[in-house]
Design a protein around this ligand. Structure first.
Ligand code: ADP
Length: 521
């Protein structure tokens, strides 16, 4: 027969072990462990410390100790870390423990130290302080050891659970805030997850979309490739060989949003299989490919425009040269001059186009390199204006720079290209003529140059995009007017390479003003 107190001790231990292992909240487990230890060992104070990711012990629960003392104790624990190993010298360990006890309370007489170990790996430690000294029997030590083992398991489980819970929350947050639309389907194609981005893309609120069948929410106006239903009928997710990861399915087309608008999207369906290979969920990643489609469209338009733009002047040059060169004709000087003027103008246009093309393709390959020198922007503008005056009778080109306009540091050839493009646009996009003013202003550290026209103007929503590569406003004038959508892209790149800024102010029908600002130094 066990003595009465031993029976009680064993029952208590059993009960506490059950309570510990049933609990998954780490804080709660630590409190239980510490309480039980204090009761069992008739302690006055106690601490539980857990090893963090860097191998340091940090106090996670205390009894009888004020919170303010914890940093100091953490520090003392650090000193003991190496000593908590199984092969540590018990003498040294005891000395350190006594030091800790004295710091806490002079009345403490004994410290009991229990390492918490799982599969040979230390996960934490438990220290109980007593106000009296009593040596433990062999039996006491056994009971304590089995308690410590139980406690270590409970702590370990709670830690694993906390980690899984954290991972789950982290994943949920990633899905929720992902810039792509994310949707989770169950095996019957019912929606069980629907993130914010997809709310924006589809026009469906998550609460409304959840539990519906995917076909109610993902409605296609036009499918270009792939088909989820058909793939499922054909046995998707296929796995060949059976050990290979399951195949991903891609569907692309125009999605019919809830409000009736359409959106070009690409959806990647990734299957999630159960351990025995059955489909349990499908994770759908929905990407808005409108910009990608537009970029493709812009490239296509660009290529056809460029070939057209190149062909027209070449045809004109060839035609005039051929005519003037006819041996059977004696042209009078007036006709010859007119023909040569056309040839010269068209050659100029070709040069400008080729320069823009070359500059752009070079920009793609490397960052723009500038050849810096002194630049007089007012004089540069005057030269540009002089050249364009000969090309238009409809427009009045006016210069408006203050006297003593500062000389700045810049790449003259590039800046001339900017002015060329801005003035050429001002002419192109004011088909009814009018005044074109090129002027400047000075600030403490910057200079600003503007090119103002009285042309067709630009709607607000287009103004940001003008500076993108290949971008052209989609209106009848731009469609009729020759251009590649490269001029402003180049202008912006050049100005930004100088550390400056370019912008536009415009209202449809009221002309446009393009400004660029450059640092003086
Ligand atoms: P493009 O070769 O088409 O002229 P740009 O990059 O120079 O290419 O200009 C892009 C678009 O911006 C033009 O197609 C035109 O629609 C618009 N744009 C540029 N400058 C003006 C302007 N001064 N007035 C009105 N629209 C302009």
């Amino acid at each position: 027969m066990l003595p009465d107190y031993r029976v009680r001790q064993r029952d208590f231990l059993l009960e506490i072990s059950r309570a510990m292992t049933a609990q998954l909240d780490l804080g709660e487990v630590l409190r239980l462990v510490l309480n039980a230890s204090i009761v069992m060992l008739a302690g006055k104070m106690g601490i539980v410390a857990l090893r963090d990711g860097n191998g340091f012990y940090r106090i996670r629960a205390t009894i009888g100790i004020e919170n303010e003392r914890i940093p100091q104790l953490d520090h003392l624990l650090d000193e003991m870390v190496s000593l908590s190993d199984a092969d540590a010298d018990p003498e040294v360990l005891n000395t350190r423990l006594s030091k800790m006890a004295i710091t806490l309370d002079r009345r403490l007489r004994q410290s009991l130290f229990l390492p918490l170990v799982i599969a040979g790996e230390p996960v934490g430690l438990l220290i109980v302080f007593r106000t009296y000294r009593m040596d433990a029997t062999e039996n006491d030590l056994q009971i304590l050891q089995s308690f410590a083992d139980q406690a270590a398991i409970a702590v370990h489980n709670a830690q694993l659970y906390a980690r899984i819970d954290y991972e789950r929350k982290r994943l949920a947050a990633i899905l929720e805030y992902s810039a792509d639309g994310v949707m989770i389907l169950d095996a019957h194609l019912h929606i069980v997850g629907f993130n914010r981005a997809l709310e924006r893309m589809s026009g469906w609120l998550s609460q409304e979309a959840l539990e519906r069948n995917v076909d109610e929410v993902i409605v296609w106006k036009r499918v270009e490739k792939g088909d989820l239903r058909q793939a499922l009928e054909e046995g998707w997710p296929f796995r060949t060989p059976a050990t290979a990861p399951p195949e991903i399915l891609y569907v692309e087309g125009d999605l019919l949003r809830r409000d009736g608008l359409t959106l070009s999207v690409g959806i990647t369906y990734a299957p999630l299989l159960t351990a025995d290979g059955h489909l349990s969920n499908i994770i759908a990643n929905v990407r808005d490919i409108t910009n990608f489609r537009q970029a493709q469209e812009m490239q296509n338009v660009f290529i056809s425009t460029v070939s057209h733009e190149l062909k027209t002047p070449v045809a004109l040059i060839k035609g005039y040269a051929g005519t003037l060169n006819r041996e059977d004709a004696a042209w009078d000087p007036q006709v010859i001059r007119e023909g040569l003027t056309v040839i010269e103008d068209e050659a100029d246009r070709l040069t400008e186009l080729i320069e823009n093309l070359l500059a752009t393709s070079k920009l793609k390959a490397e960052r723009m390199r500038l050849e810096m020198s002194d630049v007089r922007l007012d004089q540069l503008a005057a030269q540009v204006v002089e050249r364009f005056r000969t090309q238009t009778q409809q427009h009045e080109l006016v210069l408006n720079f203050p006297p003593d306009f500062p000389i700045i540091q810049g790449d003259e050839t590039r800046l001339r290209q900017v002015l060329d493009n801005l003035v050429s646009n001002a002419i192109k996009y004011s088909p009814n003529g009018g005044m074109i003013e090129i002027g400047g202003g000075v600030d403490d550290e910057t200079v600003t140059v503007f090119v103002r026209d009285q042309g067709v103007g630009i709607p607000e929503r287009e103004q940001e995009r003008l500076f993108e590569r290949f971008y052209r406003v989609d209106d009848t004038l731009s469609r009729r007017t020759k251009g590649t959508g490269l001029g402003l892209y180049l202008a912006r790149t050049i100005i930004e390479a100088h550390g400056g800024r370019i912008r536009v102010k415009s209202k449809p029908g009221q002309g446009s003003t393009f400004y660029f600002t450059l640092p003086q130094r």
